[in-house]
Design a protein around this ligand. Structure first.
Ligand code: BTN
Length: 255
């Protein structure tokens, strides 16, 4: 039996690790950490991003952490609610530390954008058996004080780059845990309509005609929202509706 604990009840701090997600997934196979256990590393030697990309983060400049949840109350078909509450929790953090910015958005499925620049990314790795959750490992990369990014990530930004001043990493970490807990509580308490509304309100490029690469063809379309399964729903100018998965669509950014 797992006990239900808040995110951050136990925090494992590491100087260096390959990837905090890998670390927690491996512990899952052996000691089964309690719900909410967080692993935070000053440096990741093999930080992972979506699509097998690497995640660039200069040691001790940013937050790179992962935590484990046992969302037994959630049907696997509703798993996108995890993406929603995590992105909302992170967006809350950016809104708190950058109160003057009105352009903080969630880029589907769960990146945080400031303007057209990516400030945080999330890697959700679900362990599912049949139609039940066994566990989920959620990894967060939140750019705080890094100013130069060397990888080919197209459009990185950090809190410092957006504001011109440095932030206390521990303060941003504690605020992240508080916001993520608040949003996870909303989900546990059945506040799904509010979560849906909040996510849609913050969705990057909602209702704007923009350019996308869809199944290798360039299209112009408006994001209309996400469906129950977390797929992105867009509408083309001829009113054709497109429903797509992550691998089928790329956002095109104007130079
Ligand atoms: C993305 O590509 O947008 C997802 C990036 C997720 C990066 C974080 S950093 C902490 C955790 N450990 C990893 O190896 N990846 C996630």
């Amino acid at each position: 039996m797992f006990t239900m604990n808040a995110i951050g009840n136990e925090v494992i701090r590491l100087k260096e690790v390959d990837s905090t997600n890998l670390y927690l997934a491996q512990r899952m196979m052996t000691v089964k950490p309690g719900e909410g256990t967080v692993v935070i590393a000053e440096n990741q030697t093999a930080g992972r991003g979506l699509d097998n990309n690497t995640w660039e983060s200069e040691p001790s400049k940013n937050l790179t952490f992962s935590f484990i949840l046992y969302p037994f109350f959630l049907a696997v078909a509703d798993q996108f609610y995890l993406n929603k509450i995590i992105s909302l929790g992170l967006a809350d953090v950016f809104r708190k530390f950058l109160p003057d910015r009105t352009d903080i958005r969630i880029k589907w499925p769960n990146d945080i954008y400031i303007g057209d620049y990516k400030a945080a990314g999330t890697l959700v790795q679900n362990g599912v058996k049949g139609d039940s959750f066994e566990y989920t490992v959620i990894g967060i990369g939140l750019n705080v004080n890094q100013e130069v990014f060397r990888s080919d990530a197209p459009n990185p930004i950090s809190l410092k780059m957006a504001s011109g001043h440095a932030f206390d990493l521990q303060e941003v970490f504690q605020e992240s845990l508080a916001s993520l807990n608040h949003r996870y509580e909303m989900l546990k308490n059945g506040r799904r309509p509010e979560i849906d509304r909040n996510y849609l309100d913050l969705l990057y490029r909602l209702n704007q005609i923009e350019r996308y690469l869809y199944k290798d063809n360039e299209i112009r379309a408006k994001i209309k929202g996400v469906n129950r399964y977390g797929q992105l729903v867009l509408e083309k100018p001829d009113e054709e509706i497109i429903v797509c998965d992550l691998k089928e669509i790329q956002f095109i950014f104007e130079p």
